[in-house]
Design a protein around this ligand. Structure first.
Ligand SMILES: *[C@@H]1O[C@H](CO)[C@@H](O)[C@H](O)[C@H]1NC(C)=O
Length: 228
């Protein structure tokens, strides 16, 4: 009799702990990160074109969709049982090859990048987005943002010239209504250049939102926008 009356509160406590932990494991928003392929390729390390023979477009490509907490931390590697499975996104693969390619060396077909993105980041948002919805969300967001045409409409072109980082930021903010964060890298002559663009996205992976915070990223006031 005695043991029974103790068992119930104990189990409830365990249940409560479980609920609290799984809620804590969720996330608050995404970073959606796009990359300029020209700035990957003209570095000292260079780049390698995909083995598929399908070359990336002269366009911003997707790097990732990364869940984040409002407190500056981020979850990763949330489910070791739910691994990347190409058969779940078969219909998206042709699009992913042009919009979400890898330029890392040695040449690869992209699946290593996609597996990394899903296993490390995607698994942390699977309560809301399954594998197919996750990659789909990335493709849809890129389509929605269309950074290249936003910049070109403001006469900011990938022609190897220098542009004001502040101006680039403002032009994107004007077009999308939210403040982006620009990440630079250096070309082979060590000149700073436009490398990646961070935008914040709501939990559903649907709409751009004002970022709760941005990490400080080093960029010069004037940066190159290299050709690709
Ligand atoms: C660049 O990508 C965007 C988004 O996918 C697309 O809408 C646009 O047509 C592309 N532009 C070029 C020049 O390929």
């Amino acid at each position: 009799m005695k043991s029974k009356t103790f068992t119930f509160p104990f189990i409830s406590l365990l249940l409560l702990l479980f609920v609290v932990l799984s809620v804590a494991r969720s996330y608050d928003f995404f970073y959606f990160v796009q990359q300029w392929p020209g700035s990957h390729c003209d570095t000292r390390r260079g780049c390698c074109y995909p083995t598929t023979g399908i070359n990336p477009e002269a366009n911003f490509t997707i790097h990732g969709l990364w869940p984040n907490y409002d407190n500056g931390k981020y979850p990763h590697d949330c489910d070791y049982k739910n691994r990347y499975d190409a058969t779940k996104i078969k219909d998206l693969l042709p699009k992913m090859q042009t919009k979400w390619p890898t330029l890392e060396c040695p040449s690869a077909d992209g699946s290593k990048l996609w597996a990394h993105e899903w296993n490390r980041y995607g698994t942390c948002s699977e309560s809301i987005l399954d594998q197919h919805s996750y990659f789909r969300a990335g493709l849809d967001l890129q389509n929605k943002a269309n950074i290249l045409s936003i910049l070109e409409d403001a006469n900011i072109r990938p022609n190897g010239e220098l542009y004001s980082t502040k101006h680039i930021t403002e032009v994107i903010k004007e077009a999308l209504g939210v403040l982006p964060s620009i990440e630079c890298n250096r070309d082979a002559s060590r000149n700073p250049q436009l490398f990646q663009i961070y935008l914040c996205v709501d939990k559903l992976g649907k709409d751009f939102i004002d970022c709760p915070f941005y990490k400080k990223r080093k960029c010069s006031p004037e940066i190159e926008f290299p050709k690709f």
